[in-house]
Write a protein of this length. Structure first.
Length: 439
């Protein structure tokens, strides 16, 4: 467990002056100087490593661009000892300056402190310290990045989070072997959750980050299972005679909405995780699948072919009533895999038009559709904890392995999340610091 303590926190001007709008298409990233952290105890290479992770986090947001450290006129030790001389930083056109220190507390514990300055005004904006085990230095740095992101944008960060995904063990289409994995948002610290003996698909992290719902082909029969992330134990969700598919948790993590196939048609069901009680929301008359809750828990978006052979997006109340279609794409468009933003303002989806796939977003009433990514195969959108970024699976061609990409809502800032093997079906966890705060 990481403990955090407040070292210095000075707010010298209004937050609204700092807020950065991140949904417009004309964003110019702010130059930021991140100095290698002072490392007086010579703890491995942590001074440089912390700065590298911090830069990677902030640049991934698309809102910051790091200034090369060869241009710096002040060193880490002088900054810690006497503070910044802004005449050394303003010629670099830096908007923000970050520097700090990492020191030993004991044989296995460290403290990391940092300060954030507005170079234009010369005022300190933030100063914090984090104490924890040395092995958790990366997570402490992600928490630091979230703090800087929040102070400069006025919004919640995304970096202290996890991604659950499916790893292609052998990349064999005829006899695929896949296992469920979990990693940090930036691809580091991957760990296996399943052993690859049974095919697994579509993992979905619960909003309390305690569980994962997923599809597994045990005994060649696709069924929905729930894994407890603490002890890695799994249990089947309910006992259905046919296939259960496409699970997602309710906002309070107490229920799972999913699709159940029977007699060639599938319907949407809600099941209480604790009691196993199930409620049927739609009829087995067509293909209703891929349901996803709204963040307030009052509505569900899902895919259906009830209006024709090309699947479209529909929204209904959680009682199953008030069903309305929200997608009306032209040119034979097909819609799949809707995912409701945690902010509630947008629904992401996969769209197919002839041979091209797209990742797009629209308002919950179906208006304002925008396509932000396209390719031979792009699919499985999953939202960041702050609702400002999307990760999705991308395959460049039939022979290429699948990868996970991250993109912002402008569609201009895209980057690859590194994985050792092919990766698909990512599910972005909540911000772990917010989960810890609620424990």
């Amino acid at each position: 467990m990481i403990r955090y303590c407040l070292a210095v926190l000075l707010f010298t001007f209004n937050l609204y002056a700092l807020k950065i709008e991140i949904t417009k298409g004309d964003i110019q990233p702010d130059p930021i100087a991140v100095v290698d952290f002072h490392n007086p105890d010579s703890i491995e290479n942590l001074g440089e490593d912390i700065a590298k992770v911090l830069i990677n986090d902030l640049e991934a947001s698309g809102l910051f661009v790091a200034i090369g450290k060869t241009a710096f006129l002040q060193t880490a030790d002088s900054l810690v000892a006497s503070g910044p001389n802004m005449s050394n930083w303003r010629p670099l056109k830096a908007r923000f300056l970050v520097y700090g220190e990492v020191k030993k507390l004991s044989s296995d514990k460290i403290t990391i402190s940092f300060r954030l300055f507005d170079v234009l005004t010369g005022q300190q904006m933030q100063g914090l310290s984090y104490n924890g085990e040395q092995k958790n230095w990366r997570r402490m740095t992600h928490i630091m990045a979230d703090s800087i992101y929040g102070r400069t944008t006025g919004e919640t960060g995304v970096f202290d989070s996890k991604i659950v995904f499916i790893e292609d063990i052998n990349n064999d289409r005829k006899n695929p072997k896949k296992r469920m994995m979990i990693m940090d948002w930036d691809g580091f610290n991957p760990q296996a959750l399943t052993d690859g003996k049974n095919l697994v698909l579509t993992p979905r992290v619960s909003p309390d980050a305690q569980k994962v719902a997923y599809l597994s082909y045990i005994n060649q029969q696709p069924r929905v299972y729930i894994m407890d992330l603490k002890n890695k134990s799994s249990k089947e969700l309910g006992h259905f005679p046919g296939m259960t598919l496409a699970p997602r948790f309710s906002p309070d993590s107490s229920k799972v909405v999913m699709s159940y196939e029977k007699d060639g048609a599938s319907a949407v069901y809600i099941m209480d995780v604790a009691s196993g009680k199930k409620d049927q929301l739609t009829e087995h008359r067509c293909i209703d699948t891929s349901p996803c809750y709204s963040p307030d828990g009052n509505q569900i978006v899902f895919v259906s072919d009830r209006d024709g052979p090309k699947p479209q997006l529909f929204v209904m109340d959680t009682s199953g009533g008030n069903v309305r279609r929200i997608s009306f794409g032209k040119g034979g468009s097909r819609y799949f895999q809707p995912a409701w933003s945690l902010r509630g303002d947008l629904i992401a989806f996969t769209k197919q038009v002839e041979g091209t796939f797209y990742i797009g977003v629209m308002f919950p009433d179906g208006t304002g559709e925008r396509l932000i990514a396209q390719g031979y195969m792009v699919e499985s959108p999953t939202w960041s904890p702050n609702g400002r970024y999307i990760m999705y699976s991308r395959q460049g061609s039939l022979l290429d392995k699948s990868q996970i990409d991250m993109i912002d809502l402008t569609g201009r800032n895209r980057r690859r999340i590194p994985t050792q093997k092919g990766a698909t079906d990512g599910s972005w966890s909540p911000l772990m610091t917010s989960i810890m705060a609620n424990d």
